[in-house]
Structures are given as structure tokens and as C-alpha cells.
Design a protein around this ligand. Sequence first.
Ligand code: NI
Length: 171
Amino acid sequence: MAKLKILEFPDPRLRKKAIPVETVDDDLRALIADMFETMYDAPGIGLAATQVDVHLRLLVTDVSSDKSEPYVLINPEIVEMDGVTVTEEGCLSVPGYYDSVERADHIRVRFLDRDGKETEMEAEGLLAVCIQHEIDHLDGKLFVDYLSEAKRQRVRKKLEKERRHAAASAM
Ligand code: NI
């Protein structure tokens, strides 16, 4: 297993739209293992392939506090959604920034599991929010897109400034 590099906003590669996975094979399962390692190490509760610069429709999540609820969703598609919930969200691609986003509180999602088998599940609360957040990544969308333009620019400037400082001290 290997830890993968996570792209950070405003990297244009985060805006690519991912294409469907055609074959669920050992190569894909190796990528899934690396994505879990990367997500747990960060630490985070969800990671979309887009964030590690692989533009396939694949995401992993685990909203538990003890790594006990790992889910792999390949070619996920939300087939039902209802209710409204507002959650303080963060994102591994927008480090150190959190803000409130409104999403559906309950979803039904159809996907292929890690064996390539078509599956459906219902999710609510944080898991539902996380899956919606990750599917947005696959469509090239970030949670900061739900904020005002002014707020998004502030986040962008702050992250760019922090990266300049990091580069300077790494010399
Ligand atoms: Ni994210």
C-alpha cells in the first residue's frame, strides 16, 4: 500500500469530471487500498479518486471514529434523496477550512462494490452528507462552490499564501 498525494484547491485537476469505471479488477482494488490508507492517515472521513488525480468514478468513506465502517462506492449514483441537513464541512483538498453546507439528509445510492457487484444502500446524516460531498468531487465540484464568491476567494488566497510559506521553509 502507498499513501497518495492529495490535490489541493485551486488545483485545476480538481475540476475534471471523472469517467465511469469499466472493470473492477486487482489494479482498481490496489488503488482502493491506497485511497483508504491516504484517507485514514490524513485523517479524513471520505476521499474521491479525483482528489488523488485519478479521474474515475470511485470514492471511499468511513465516518466512524474507529475505522469500522469502510465503504467503497464505484460508479455511485444517487437514486433518491430527501430531507435537509446543514453540516459544518471540511475537505482534504481545502485544508484547514470549514463552513456550513446544506444537503439532503437521506439518500439512496446505487453503486458497484469492490467485487464489481451492483448494490444499493440507504444513508442518512453524516454518511449521506459525505457521499454527496464525494460525488461532487467526481463531478469536479468542491464544497467551497456552495459559498459566496467573496468567501471562496478568501479561502483561495489563504491557501496559496500558506503554500508559498511552506515552499520557502522547505528550502
Ligand atoms: Ni472533499
